[in-house]
Write a protein that binds this ligand. Structure first.
Ligand SMILES: Cc1cc2nc3c(=O)[nH]c(=O)nc-3n(C[C@H](O)[C@H](O)[C@H](O)COP(=O)(O)O)c2cc1C
Length: 210
């Protein structure tokens, strides 16, 4: 069945890097394009980490921070991904927007957000998301979905008419980007790839075969 699936990419658009010293500018443009076209989870990205066993593990997270050299996301600081980042700060990110025919791949080094940044974000979230973040011992074994629902309700009762405090176990990571590859679909699999890599504090631009 899957063998028969064949997407003929029409044109993801030419990759134009306006300024090599602004390696994330085009990523910002592409995310904006995805938002403008109402794509669901326009800021979703696949994060890969490597644990102490040397095995890579990937999962989706939401990009919630971007500036000239960094991207970032929020999560549980006791989760598997967080424990893996403690061991190995090198991470890989992939984003793909199928209707745009565009992919971005990033390599970088993760470090924890300052607590005031995490606090600002926590209190900006909907209350139910705050309760979920407070309640979930992410990545740990859960006996049943009913247990989770009851724990959620218990947090709700505990903080009825009160603010949900920022849990110590909740935080996030910024990723200092060391390389970023832009990919755009073209007909006949002649896709376009341009990679920007930080070499001795300068951005080196290279075109790659698809
Ligand atoms: C579209 C999407 C976005 C997600 N965003 C986040 C996120 O921002 N932070 C997070 O901790 N988990 C997020 N998740 C859940 C993770 O994929 C994952 O299940 C969870 O973080 C546990 O991963 P870990 O056990 O490898 O640490 C998201 C899942 C999906 C499908």
């Amino acid at each position: 069945m899957v063998k028969e699936i064949r997407v003929d990419y029409r044109d993801g658009g030419r990759i134009v890097i306006q300024d090599d010293d602004g390696p994330l500018d085009l990523l910002k443009d592409w995310i904006n394009e995805a938002i403008q076209k109402n794509l669901i989870e326009a800021n979703a990205m696949c994060l890969s980490t490597v644990g102490s066993d040397g095995a890579p593990r990937s999962r989706m997270v939401l990009l919630k921070h971007i500036n000239d050299t960094e991207i970032g996301f929020f999560t549980n600081l006791n989760s598997d991904k967080a424990l893996e980042i403690d061991i190995n700060k090198k991470v890989a990110i992939t984003m793909f927007w199928a209707p745009l025919e565009k992919q971005v791949r990033i390599l970088g080094t993760a470090s924890e957000f300052a607590r005031d940044v995490v606090s600002d974000y926590h209190f900006s979230r909907p209350r139910l998301s705050q309760i979920a973040a407070y309640t979930s011992t992410q990545s740990k074994e859960l006996a049943s979905i009913e247990v989770l629902d009851e724990e959620f309700r218990s947090t709700e009762r505990k903080y009825k008419d009160k603010k949900i405090p920022l849990p110590n176990h909740w935080g996030g990571y910024k990723i200092l980007v060391e390389s970023i590859e832009y990919w755009s679909g073209r007909p006949s699999r002649l896709h376009e790839r341009v990679i920007l890599q930080s070499v001795n504090n300068e951005w080196k631009k290279t075109r790659l075969y698809p």
